[in-house]
Design a protein. Structure first.
Ligand code: HEM
Length: 391
């Protein structure tokens, strides 16, 4: 795996990266910033509903989810709001850059295992990275320049505005600002779409679970109005379902949660030499029968019933409990976890509030996985929907 796409400038030291993380946590992912973007999630959610209502018969849902997720990040990060049903050059260009980044990260790079091959670049990975990096730089730089020219002229608050407004010790160089903005787009887009596709797959495979969420929606929201983000905290079963899918299908089970040992050390009796890349296999932990009762069973109730498992209120998926840490844990835990989970809960709630989801005719749901940067369904999900509200 080549780090030049995901790390800011090579000269960044650990301490500096920590500063960037602090800036992201304080300014980009604080509760105020998350609630600032609520209207945007609602708008994109409604656009998804309109687009889905328009589909006749079976359709693959992935494209809609990926486009919605990309538009959402374009809006949070760059302040660009595009319609889901139309295509435009800027989104297409960004989608191409993100896709190329994923393709490169997902490739098995022989140089990672046989370092003496690195200088030969037999798979042309380094070459493709060197082509991609200036394209990303130019794309993001163009948007930063536009924001700088319009600073103080309007009241919007996207990530670029926030970073440009930083002063003193928090002020970032242009190069680091571009690296941070790219990292957000790159990490925040696919993870959300991938997780929602897995959740919808589980919904069509387990109609009884879907019916329970519908029942909860009818009780908490009723059919006369759309779902609002403030309803989510009352939707205990919906949250349990999202947690159960995060357990069985964590979008970033392996690749993104890696650590480099900076000195020789011993873990659990094993020698880990300096310079080793160690990966935490969350996928294996969440399927370990010593950790989970009936681990391969899809059973959201394990997060609801006190007697049978644990109380939803008590189980955090944000890294404090290593039985289920789909956003990583420790110093490098996902900074976008609260935003990511808020988006997934709200969009899944909305899609289920508006529609009943069913299997496509003649096409079984296939839960096979493929590992790129995220762990995706190997065969994109095809579904049929039936409107629930206003019918
Ligand atoms: C369901 C959604 C998401 C999942 C499952 C997820 C998962 C992860 C995981 C497993 C990691 C590695 C953590 C570690 O090494 O300990 C990570 C890192 C990261 N995520 Fe997320 N993520 C999600 C959404 C987002 C969003 C919405 C954003 C930004 C808007 C984001 C930004 C990042 C960044 C910047 C990192 C790298 C942090 C670093 O290297 O210090 N993620 N994510």
């Amino acid at each position: 795996m080549d780090s030049c796409l995901t790390e800011p400038s090579g000269s960044l030291l650990m301490g500096y990266w920590r500063t960037l993380r602090r800036i992201a946590a304080t300014h980009l992912f604080c509760p105020k910033q998350i609630s600032f973007t609520e209207a945007q999630r609602k708008d994109i959610g409604s656009q998804m509903v309109s687009l889905i209502a328009f589909q006749g018969g079976d359709f693959p849902v992935r494209d809609i989810l990926k486009k919605a997720s990309l538009n959402n990040m374009m809006c949070s990060v760059f302040g660009r709001m595009y319609e889901l049903c139309s295509s435009n050059r800027e989104t297409e260009e960004l989608r191409g850059l993100v896709e190329e980044g994923y393709a490169l990260l997902g490739k098995l790079n022989w140089s990672d295992h046989l370092p003496w091959l690195a200088c030969l670049d037999l798979q042309k990975i380094r070459f493709r990275c060197s082509q991609l990096v200036p394209k990303v730089y130019n794309f993001v730089n163009r948007i930063v320049k536009e924001h700088r020219a319009q600073l103080n002229s309007q009241s919007r608050q996207d990530f670029v505005d926030v970073l440009l407004s930083l002063q003193g010790a928090d002020k970032l160089s242009d190069q680091d600002m571009i690296a941070v903005l790219w990292e957000m787009i790159f990490r925040g887009t696919d993870t959300v779409a991938t997780l929602i596709e897995w959740i919808l797959a589980r919904m069509v495979l387990h109609p009884d679970t879907q019916a329970k969420i519908h029942c909860e929606l009818d009780q908490v929201v009723g059919r006369s109005r759309p779902l609002m983000e403030s309803d989510i905290h009352s939707m205990v079963y919906l949250q349990a379902v999202v947690k159960e899918v995060l357990r069985l299908h964590p979008p970033g089970p392996l690749l993104s949660w890696a650590r480099l040992s900076i000195s020789d050390t011993k873990i659990d009796g094993y020698d880990v030499p300096h310079g080793t890349t160690a990966m935490v296999n969350m996928w294996a932990i969440t399927r370990d029968p010593e950790v989970w009762v009936d681990p391969v069973k899809f059973w959201p109730e394990r997060f609801v019933c006190k007697g049978a498992g644990m109380d939803i209120q008590e189980f955090s998926v944000f890294g404090s409990d290593l039985r289920l840490a789909p956003f990583g844990s420790g110093r490098r835990t996902c900074p976008g976890k609260a935003l990511g989970l808020a988006t997934v809960n709200f969009w899944v709630g909305t899609l289920l509030h508006e529609f009943e989801w069913q299997k496509a005719d003649h096409e079984p749901v296939d839960l096979s996985e493929v590992l790129r940067l995220s762990c995706e369904m190997a065969n994109p999900l095809r579904v049929k929907v039936r409107p629930r509200r206003g019918c």
